[in-house]
Design a protein around this ligand. Structure first.
Ligand SMILES: *Cc1c(COP(=O)(O)O)cnc(C)c1O
Length: 361
């Protein structure tokens, strides 16, 4: 929770006005405030980012047997909803320069799968994908673009917030994300009709009738009023949190940049990342696991890079367009501790352990 305690005020309001039940003023306000913050017309507050991806796929008309193209280097939640819809994922390799979907490979994938219904691009670890060419390619081919911005709320691409470049954008407020409502997600779009439709699907697809009538399959995906209250409070501290994440990234960069065979996640000139996590690449004798274990020995948690989805047992057999860039980033990388509650002394402890490893070789 944030330093300022805005959340408690909104939760308090929810209790005082007896809006504990789902829906209520916090939900509507959270949607409006988030939409205004990122500069998009419509937003639907949902129980998770995963639910938002699922409803984006439904909005794109994805159904059984359809093909959906998805970035391979990501968390499984990016692609699981493709399977919820009984559609078929085709994975796309990353571009070394962005760590995200390679636009040239997207072209290649669309040539191989001209009837693909949707494309899911991800802004991994808060690094923007090269979104302009990707959006252009999707437009040219008439395929719906879904931007998974679950990790990139607050990231700018060419001065505009990520999550607003696709036909649909997805944010997550899960516990580990840059801001959190304890759990939740948001689907955003310029298409107000479809966002209204998403709200309808998310509340069990109840037809406008006095009795309970359903003409479509519904879901229980709507964010509750209490959770939205937490989200509203968190949104107020987003900018400060991004600023602190950048300080953490800069600290690591300053302290570790000189170490041999160690490099940082790529920040391009089109990209103003939220630095959700600081990630590094190791190309020498010291391997990511050596660093993870050395930190662990000092009771410090670090994480491997997401394992590409085309290498996951569950997605075995799904095609992947491209080479081994995503695999390389995974095998050579790790995420350093990046919590905004880390003190300078904590950060020095982390870099101290890492530097000691380098001195030992
Ligand atoms: C966290 C995450 C999601 C899912 O969001 P939830 O709110 O946890 O469902 C989707 N995609 C990526 C890349 C994520 O990191």
């Amino acid at each position: 929770m944030s330093e300022e305690g805005y959340e408690l005020q909104y939760i308090h309001e929810a209790f005082e006005t007896n809006w504990i039940a789902p829906l209520g003023p916090n939900v509507n306000e959270f949607e409006k405030e988030l939409a205004a913050k990122v500069g998009v017309s419509h937003a639907a507050a949902l129980v998770s980012g995963t639910a938002a991806i699922h409803l984006a796929l439904k909005a794109a008309g994805v159904g059984a047997g359809d093909t959906v193209l998805c970035q391979s280097l990501t968390f499984s939640a990016s692609a699981n909803p493709i399977v919820y819809q009984n559609a078929l994922p085709v994975f796309i390799d990353s571009d070394e320069k962005t760590w995200n979907m390679d636009p040239a490979l997207l072209e290649e994938a669309l040539a191989q799968h001209p009837h693909a219904k949707a494309v899911i691009v991800v802004n991994l670890y808060g690094l923007a994908a090269d979104l302009d060419p990707i959006a252009d390619i999707c437009k040219k081919h008439g395929v719906t673009l879904i931007e998974d911005a679950a990790e990139s709320l607050g990231t700018l691409y060419k001065g505009r917030y990520t999550g607003t470049f696709g036909d649909y954008g997805v944010y997550s407020f899960n516990g580990n994300k840059i801001i959190t409502s304890s759990g939740g997600g948001m689907l955003v779009s310029e298409n107000g009709e479809m966002i209204e439709k998403a709200r309808f699907w998310a509340t069990q697809a109840r037809d406008k009738a006095r009795h309970y009538q359903h003409s479509e399959l519904g879901f229980n995906y709507r964010m509750s009023n209490v959770v939205a209250g937490i989200g509203r409070g968190q949104l107020k501290v987003l900018d400060r949190r991004v600023a602190r994440k950048k300080e953490i990234f800069d600290f690591y960069k300053r302290e570790l940049e000189g170490l041999e065979d160690l490099s940082f996640m790529p920040v391009n000139d089109f990209n103003e990342p939220n630095c959700w996590l600081t990630c590094i690449q190791l190309s020498g004798k010291i391997r990511p696991l050596d660093v993870i274990e050395a930190l662990e020995a000092d009771n410090i948690e670090s994480r491997p890079i997401w394992k590409p989805l085309h290498l996951q047992p569950f997605f075995a057999g799904c095609p992947c367009v491209g080479g081994d860039t995503a695999r390389g980033i995974f095998e050579n990388g790790l995420c350093l501790p990046s919590g905004t509650n880390l003190s300078e002394a904590d950060l020095e402890r982390v870099t101290g352990v890492i530097k000691k490893l380098w001195r030992a070789v």
